[in-house]
Design a protein around this ligand. Structure first.
Ligand code: ZN
Length: 236
């Protein structure tokens, strides 16, 4: 911990890269962990439901799953989200890159957030492009339709869909300029996490994850702990 504090004290351009483990401390299940929804019993595996072709073919079932499992507006930012926002306000942290779709970094006050997989809070009409908040989706039963008759879909990246180039570019740019990259709550096995880390040219690579990752040997500092518990103890 004292080593992490020292690294943060000495850094001027920190970027945080976070995975599902950042949100689990807010009560949001990690899809891929042992007790996540991917391993719960259901007729159709979630990775099939959350695919572009399933969404096109079975929008009713997609939205039922989306409302029950993906929309988590009850969740509150935890110590990790709050500390990262504080570091940004202090001018030390330049960007958060996240694989999560819950919007909790912005809820905690973070301004520069690259959401690689989109956000459940944003929704748009597939026909006219009109934007809707998550309340609109929650207020409608079944498939939510726009005034124009088009389906209103969440602005999240489904399986079989490509990532938003603007989010990738922002993430690559910030990571390549960072002096310290802190990676938290991800096993770094999911695309595009590993590829993005290769752009890091800075001094300190810090990994905070409960389990070991393939990058542990390359890191300046490795902490096998919960990311919120670790970051919560940092003094800005
Ligand atoms: Zn429309």
């Amino acid at each position: 911990m004292s080593e992490l504090q020292k690294i943060i004290d000495e850094s001027q351009n920190i970027v945080f890269f976070g995975g599902a483990g950042v949100s689990t401390e807010s009560g949001i299940p990690d899809f891929r962990s042992a007790d996540g929804i991917y391993n719960q019993q259901s007729d159709i595996p979630p990775e099939v439901i959350l695919s572009h072709s399933f969404f096109e073919q079975y929008p009713e079932e997609f939205f039922r799953f989306h409302r029950e499992k993906m929309i988590c507006t009850w969740a509150k930012p935890n110590a990790a989200h709050l500390k990262l926002a504080e570091l940004e306000r202090a001018g030390k942290l330049k960007a958060v890159v996240t694989q999560n779709i819950d919007g909790l970094h912005q809820a905690a006050g973070s301004r520069t957030v690259y959401e690689l997989h989109g956000s459940i809070l944003r929704n748009y009409c597939l026909n006219c492009g009109k934007q809707y908040g998550v309340d609109f989706v929650l207020a409608h039963e079944g498939v939510p339709y726009c005034d124009c008759g088009g389906i209103v879909r969440p602005d999240v990246v489904l399986y079989e869909e490509s990532l938003d180039p603007a989010q990738i570019e922002g993430a690559v740019r910030s990571i390549s300029l960072a002096d310290t990259l802190i990676i938290g709550g991800t096993s770094l096995t999911v695309y595009p996490a590993a590829g993005l880390i290769d752009y890091f040219r800075g001094k300190n690579l810090v990994l905070i994850n409960r389990d070991a990752t393939p990058y542990d040997s390359r890191a300046t500092l490795v902490l096998h702990e919960k990311v919120g518990e670790v970051l919560g103890k940092i003094t800005v």
